[in-house]
Design a protein around this ligand. Structure first.
Ligand code: SF4
Length: 406
C-alpha cells in the first residue's frame, strides 16, 4: 500500500494552512539528523495543483489562481512569491503574511566540464551545500536527454570507502522540496526539460525514504517526469527495499554492489555488515517480482581491489543464483582526493565486462561524465564546504559558471 506516497497528495489544505510544511524526521531514518536552523515557513514547492487551488480559495482568491501558482513554480521556475507578477498584489501579500514561500535555494557555485556536464552547489536556508549534477546527451541539436543526478541528504552517514560524500560527513536529511528544487535548478541552467532523474547524488535515499517518495511523486505528477525515467539507488539499508517495493513504483531500483561476496563488500561498504549479501539479493528479487522492474546492479571498479576476472566470475555466479530481471552497470572509479583507490585500466574494465558477458550476464560500462568537474559524488561540495556545518556568511553566495578544460 502506497501510504507514504499518497500522503503527499492528500494533505488537506485546512491542515496545510495551519501547520508548518516542515517534514518531521521520518520513522525510516536510521540516523538522527543533527539540529539545524530550518525555518518554519510553509513551502509551496511540492504542492499539487489541487492543493494550490484550495490554498488560493482559502485565502479569498478564485481557484484558478492556484493553477497559476502551479504554472509559475513548475514551468516558469519562479523562485519567490514576490516574483508571481501575474498574480494580484493582495494574493501575494496574503501568501507572505501566512508564511508561504516557494522553497527555492540560490546557486552557490556551478562548474561545467568539457563534456557539457554541469555540477551545481545549492545553498540551503541553513547555509548547507548540496550537489546536483546535470548530464546532457547531445545529438548536435541541443540536449535531447538531460539527466539530473539529485542528492537526498546533506552528506552521508554510510562512509563507503571510495566515496567523497562519505568522507565529507553527514548533516541532515533533505526535505522533499529540497530534492525537487534540484531538478528545477538543472532545468533552469540548461534551459531544457529534465528527462531523467537519478537519486544517486549525495546521501543514501533509503535513509530518507519518506522525502524521496514525496519528491518522486512531485517530480512525476507536477514536473511531469515519467516514473520509468527515474531511478532510486541504494547501497542497501535493511528492510527498506521491501518497503519501496510495496509502493509499486515503475522506477528502476539501482543497487550498489561493488563486490561479489560479503567479505570483500564489507571492506568497501562498511554498512554491509548489518545487511548480509544473500538478504540484500533476496530483497532485490522481491522488488523485481513485485514491481516487474528489473534491478540495476552498480559495480564500481577499483583497480586491484574488485576488478579481477575472478571477481567477475564470482559476480556472475551470484547473479545466476539470484535469477533473472537484472542488469549490471560497471563504473570505472572516478578518482577523488586523498583516496587509496585507483581508477582501473581500460583493458581491466573490458576484461571484466567480457567475463560477465561470456556467462550471459547483461552488462554496460558506464561512461564517466564530467571527470574534470569533480563528478565523483561529493567532490565539489567537499571543495567548498570542508565542515558539514556552515558557519560562513550567507552574503558570500555567488553564481559562477566556470569552464574547466579537460
Ligand atoms: S556511495 Fe552513496 S551510500 Fe556510500 S557513502 Fe557515498 S553517498 Fe553514502
Amino acid at each position: 500500500m502506497a501510504t507514504t506516497f499518497q500522503h503527499a497528495c492528500s494533505v488537506p489544505l485546512a491542515r496545510a494552512l495551519v501547520r508548518s510544511r516542515a517534514i518531521p524526521v521520518s520513522a525510516l531514518t536510521l540516523s538522527t539528523p543533527s539540529r539545524s536552523p530550518l525555518s518554519d515557513s510553509r513551502v509551496l514547492l511540492g504542492l499539487s495543483e489541487e492543493e494550490l487551488r484550495q490554498l488560493a480559495t482559502g485565502l479569498g482568491q478564485q481557484s484558478y489562481r492556484g493553477k497559476q501558482v502551479h504554472h509559475l513554480m513548475y514551468k516558469s521556475k519562479a523562485k519567490d512569491v514576490e516574483s508571481f507578477s501575474h498574480l494580484p498584489q493582495a494574493f501575494r501579500d496574503a501568501l507572505k503574511e501566512a508564511g508561504w514561500k516557494v522553497g527555492r535555494s540560490p546557486v552557490h557555485k556551478s562548474v561545467m566540464a568539457a563534456d557539457g556536464t554541469i555540477k551545481i552547489l545549492l545553498k540551503l536556508e541553513d547555509n548547507r551545500l548540496i550537489e546536483t549534477v546535470g548530464i546532457p546527451i547531445d545529438n548536435g541539436k541541443g540536449p535531447y536527454r538531460l539527466t539530473a543526478c539529485v542528492s537526498s541528504q546533506v552528506g552521508c552517514p554510510l562512509k563507503c570507502s571510495f566515496c567523497a560524500t562519505g568522507k565529507g560527513g553527514y548533516s541532515r536529511n533533505l526535505r522533499s522540496h529540497e530534492i525537487v528544487e534540484q531538478v528545477l535548478a538543472i532545468e533552469e541552467i540548461f534551459n531544457h526539460r529534465v528527462t531523467n532523474v537519478v537519486f544517486m547524488g549525495m546521501g543514501e535515499p533509503m535513509l530518507n525514504l519518506k522525502s524521496v517518495l514525496e519528491a518522486h511523486r512531485c517530480l512525476n505528477k507536477e514536473v511531469q517526469i515519467g516514473q520509468r525515467m527515474m531511478t532510486i539507488s541504494t547501497v542497501g539499508v535493511p528492510n527498506t527495499i521491501k518497503m519501496l517495493a510495496s509502493h509499486k513504483l515503475q522506477s528502476t531500483l539501482a543497487v550498489s554492489l561493488h563486490a561479489p561476496n560479503q567479505k570483500l563488500r564489507e571492506t568497501i561498504v562498511p554498512s554491509a555488515k548489518s545487511y548480509p549479501l544473500n538478504a540484500l539479493m533476496s530483497d532485490c528479487k522481491e522488488y523485481f517480482l513485485t514491481t516487474g522492474r528489473r534491478v540495476s546492479f552498480e559495480y564500481t571498479l577499483l583497480a586491484g581491489v574488485n576488478d579481477e576476472v575472478d571477481h567477475a566470475n564470482e559476480l556472475a555466479e551470484l547473479l545466476h543464483a539470484y535469477g533473472s530481471g537484472y542488469h549490471v552497470n560497471l563504473i570505472p572509479f572516478n578518482p577523488i582526493d586523498d583516496s587509496e583507490f585507483r581508477r582501473p585500466y581500460k583493458k581491466s574494465v573490458l576484461a571484466f565486462a567480457a567475463a560477465l558477458e561470456t556467462r550471459k550476464v547483461t552488462v554496460s560500462i558506464r561512461q564517466t561524465r564530467g571527470l574534470d568537474a569533480g563528478a565523483a559524488c561529493g567532490q565539489l561540495r567537499n571543495e567548498f564546504q570542508k565542515k558539514p556545518i556552515a558557519e560562513e556568511e550567507s552574503q558570500s553566495t555567488t553564481t559562477e559558471l566556470q569552464l574547466v578544460s579537460a
